[in-house]
Design a protein around this ligand. Sequence first.
Ligand code: IMP
Ligand code: MG
Length: 172
Amino acid sequence: MNVLLDAETIQARVKALAGEIERDYPGDDEIHLVCVLKGGFIFMADLVRAMSHRVSLDFIAVSSYAKSTKSSGEVRMLKDLDSGLQGRHIIIVEDIVDTGLTLTYLQEILRARSPKSLRTACLLSKPSRRQVDVAVEYIGFTIEDRFVVGYGLDYAEKYRNLPYIAVLNEGD
Ligand code: IMP
Ligand code: MG
């Protein structure tokens, strides 16, 4: 396993992102963060702790339909949000944007719930894999087309606990 982004590098970038987000929202407005499970949970935990702004949070879980065509981007809702989004500033917190299909679908679902604003924060982006042009306002790191694990990201549900991000090699 080759470390791509070490823990210190990630921590520094997440703190910077938190600062960027806070500067973009007017003082008293609450920001409601929607974490996409499971991959987004570590990023979310570090991001909210780096924010001094008033934040609330919720969790959503989706899974791609295994058998549907890859290009449909249709996802199955495994866990919906606990509270409504109407009139609130929402930021989707996701681990990685790859083809962009999952995020496009999620943004559509959430936008239909009439939030005051809707933005997206992704720790990682693989632009070379993009199939749809999806808006991601906050990106931690742009990476090459490699399969990565750690810091929330998994391979077959493993490696989510690593404090760094690594490229998975054959035989790992
Ligand atoms: P998209 O719909 O192709 O953008 O899919 C994004 C989802 O695929 C992410 O939320 C991850 O769960 C998963 N994914 C994409 N690339 C990787 C990777 O390199 N490592 C682990 N999971 C990944
Ligand atoms: Mg994910």
